[in-house]
Write a protein that binds this ligand. Structure first.
Ligand SMILES: C[S@@+](CC[C@H](N)C(=O)[O-])C[C@H]1O[C@@H](n2cnc3c(N)ncnc32)[C@H](O)[C@@H]1O
Length: 310
C-alpha cells in the first residue's frame, strides 16, 4: 500500500453528517490534500455534482489529478487566491471544507522537512515554489523574531531559551540537528520537546494563521443560501479564529454588551451547526492524526426566507 493511501481523513463521519452531501450538489475542498474527504463527498454527490479541489502542494495536486481528474476540477493554489478567483467567476457551492494543517504524506516525506523523526532539509514549505523556508528562519532571522515565532505559534514557554540555543548552534543543518538543539533546552512533556518548535516554524513558513483569517469571509461568500461550511483545525489559535468568526456571523447584533440599545446594522448571515467544536479525540479516537482536531460547521442563512434569528 502506498503511503498516501494510509492517510485517514480526520473526523470523516462527522464531516459528512454536517456537510450532508446530496446527489447533484457542488463541493469546494479548499485543502484537498490526498482527497480522503473529497472521495467520500464525491461518491455522495454523484456524477451530476460539481467539485473543485484545491491544494497549494504540487505533490498533492498531482495525486488529486490522478485520482479525481475526470470527476473534479483540481487547482494548485493557495486557498486564499483560489477563493478570490472563484468569487470572481461567480461560483457558488453547497458545501465547503477547510481541513487545516499538514497531511500525513507531507509529514512522512523526510525530504519535505516537516518531521524531526527523520533527517531532512529545513524546508517545511507546503507550496514548493515559495522562497521562505524553515532554513531561512532558523539560520538567518534575528533571535528575537525567532523567539516570537516559537512563543506565538508554538506556545512554548521556553521560546527565548530555544531561540538562543538555535542562534548559538548556527548553522543548523537539518531537521534532526534542529530537534537535538531544541531538546537540550526545552522540556519534553506528553510531546517530544521539539514538537512545538516544529509546529511554530511550519506555521510561520506557510503563514497559516493569516491565511485562515483572510479566507473565512471569502468562503462564506462562496456559499449558496443553505450551503454548509466545515472547518477542521489542529491548533488552539486556529480554532479561536474559526470560533470567533462563526460567533460573530451568527449574531444579529454585535454591539458591546454594555450598550443599552442596538446601534449596529450587523445581521446574522450564518447559523452554527456545531454549538461547541466536535473534538477529534472523542469522535475519531482511533485516528492518531485526529487527536488535537476540532471541527466547527455553519450554514449560510437564506436571507430571502427571513430565517429565525439566534
Ligand atoms: C490536513 S491536509 C488535508 C487532508 C485532506 N482533507 C484529505 O482528506 O486528504 C491539509 C492540506 O492543506 C494544504 N494547505 C494548507 N494550507 C493551504 C493553503 N493556504 N492553501 C491551499 N492548501 C493549503 C496542505 O498542503 C495539505 O495538503
Amino acid at each position: 500500500v502506498a503511503r498516501s493511501q494510509l492517510h485517514q481523513p480526520v473526523l470523516l463521519e462527522e464531516v459528512l453528517r454536517l456537510l450532508n452531501p446530496q446527489a447533484g450538489e457542488s463541493y469546494l475542498d479548499a485543502t484537498a490534500g490526498y482527497g480522503g474527504h473529497a472521495a467520500a463527498v464525491l461518491t455522495q454527490i454523484g456524477a451530476e455534482g460539481r467539485a473543485v479541489l484545491v491544494d497549494r502542494d504540487s505533490a498533492a495536486t498531482r495525486q488529486l489529478e490522478r485520482k479525481f481528474g475526470e470527476r473534479a476540477e483540481v487547482r494548485r493554489a493557495n486557498y486564499v487566491d483560489a477563493a478570490d478567483d472563484l468569487v470572481q467567476d461567480g461560483s457558488l457551492f453547497n458545501m465547503i471544507l477547510l481541513d487545516l494543517g499538514v497531511s500525513s504524506p507531507q509529514l512522512d516525506s523526510a525530504e519535505r522537512g516537516f518531521s524531526f523523526k527523520a533527517v531532512g532539509p529545513l524546508d517545511m514549505r507546503m507550496d514548493q515554489s515559495q522562497s521562505l523556508t524553515a532554513d531561512v528562519i532558523v539560520n538567518s532571522w534575528p533571535e528575537s523574531n525567532l523567539a516570537d515565532v516559537i512563543y506565538r505559534y508554538g506556545e512554548d514557554p521556553a521560546a527565548r531559551q530555544i531561540a538562543k540555543a538555535i542562534v548559538a548552534a548556527r548553522p543548523v543543518s537539518n531537521t534532526v540537528d534542529l530537534a537535538s538543539v531544541v531538546e537540550r533546552v526545552a522540556r519534553a512533556g506528553r510531546m517530544h520537546a521539539a514538537t512545538r518548535t516544529f509546529q511554530a516554524l511550519r506555521m510561520a513558513v506557510n503563514d497559516e494563521l493569516a491565511a485562515i483569517k483572510q479566507v473565512l469571509p471569502k468562503l462564506e461568500r462562496l456559499l449558496m443560501p443553505g450551503g454548509r461550511l466545515a472547518v477542521i483545525s489542529f491548533h488552539s489559535l486556529e480554532d479561536r479564529v474559526v470560533k470567533d468568526y462563526f460567533n460573530r456571523q451568527s449574531r444579529d447584533c454585535i454591539c458591546p454588551p454594555a450598550s443599552p440599545i442596538c446601534n449596529c446594522s450587523h445581521r446574522a448571515t450564518l447559523a452554527k451547526l456545531t454549538a461547541d467544536a466536535v473534538a477529534g479525540d472523542k469522535f475519531d479516537a482511533n485516528n492518531p492524526r485526529a487527536r488535537s482536531a476540532k471541527l466547527r460547521a455553519a450554514r449560510k442563512i437564506n436571507q430571502n426566507k427571513k430565517e429565525a434569528k439566534n
